[in-house]
Design a protein around this ligand. Structure first.
Ligand SMILES: [Zn+2]
Length: 265
């Protein structure tokens, strides 16, 4: 076992044999373990700092997961599931708009996250969202887009059905988003195309600094559509349409990079 890699060292009256390759290997391993440990501790601390900075800036917007520092934010999107809590929105029997809105919004969130987008939610449960604060926080932090999801209802016209997308009159980016969103939704669902519409009465589309739309994904007053809207497969098609609309908007040429960041400003 005493090869030319070994050195004999005398300490007092004892003679130690040092295996040089083994020593180098052991030292390398110890160094790697220490470096790895430091890396994980630093990364964990940075993640905590990001979370703290995020919670400092956002009180009305929720995120499901804080990405690692290495992950670059491509685009940040706020999703608003309409109504919630004491406000059920449109109702037919025990079918409530707030529930359908939340189901579809969660599907959109999941699909966007899988594609690498950063998604902030105004609500994730059956509670009333604080839209005014959410808008202020989104505006102050460089969020790229806001999409609100609602259901329609109309009295005395049970035949009325289909999808319409609303934007704020005079906002050309939002109008463009509304059109690509509407087109993508009709392609994904085959629903009646009611076109894009403008209005100035929705706080979420009026007060937001980023492109924003409010989608009415169907009519609860239409029996067929009401049944479809409660069906997860149809909800999934709507969600796929919304994601396709978002991607169509972001593939627009000349769009500046996102200014959203997890780190402290
Ligand atoms: Zn609504």
């Amino acid at each position: 076992m005493c090869s030319h890699h070994s050195r004999k060292v005398r300490r007092g009256n004892k003679i130690y044999t040092i295996n040089v390759p083994r020593l180098v290997f052991s030292l390398t391993l110890i160094f790697a373990l220490i470096a790895g440990g430091i890396f994980f501790v630093v990364r964990g601390a940075k993640k905590l700092a990001r979370r703290a900075a995020f919670e400092d800036r956002f009180s009305a917007l929720y995120i499901s997961e804080f990405p690692d520092e290495e992950k670059e934010v491509t685009r940040c999107i706020v999703l608003s599931a309409g109504h919630g809590g004491d406000d059920p929105g449109a109702c037919v029997g025990d079918v409530m708009e707030k529930d359908i809105n939340l189901s579809i919004t969660k599907l959109v969130q999941q699909m966007l996250e899988e594609k690498g987008y950063t998604v902030l939610m105004t609500r994730t449960t059956d509670t009333e969202a604080d839209n005014t604060t959410a808008i202020a926080e989104a505006n102050a932090n460089g969020v790229d887009m806001l999409v609100a999801i609602h259901q329609n209802i109309v009295e005395n016209a049970p035949e009325a059905s289909g999808i319409e997308t609303w934007y704020e009159e005079g906002k050309s980016d939002s109008q463009y988003l509304a059109q690509v969103m509407q087109d993508a939704l009709i392609t994904a669902t085959g629903a009646v195309d009611r076109g894009i519409k403008s209005d100035q009465s929705f706080e979420l589309t009026r007060e937001t600094a980023m492109p924003s739309v409010l989608i009415e994904t169907g009519f609860l007053s239409n029996e067929t559509e009401r049944n479809n809207l409660q069906n997860e497969e149809y909800q999934r098609r709507i969600a796929e349409g919304i994601v396709a609309g978002i991607e169509a908007y972001f593939s627009r040429e000349g769009l500046p990079a996102s200014t959203f960041s997890f780190d402290e400003k």
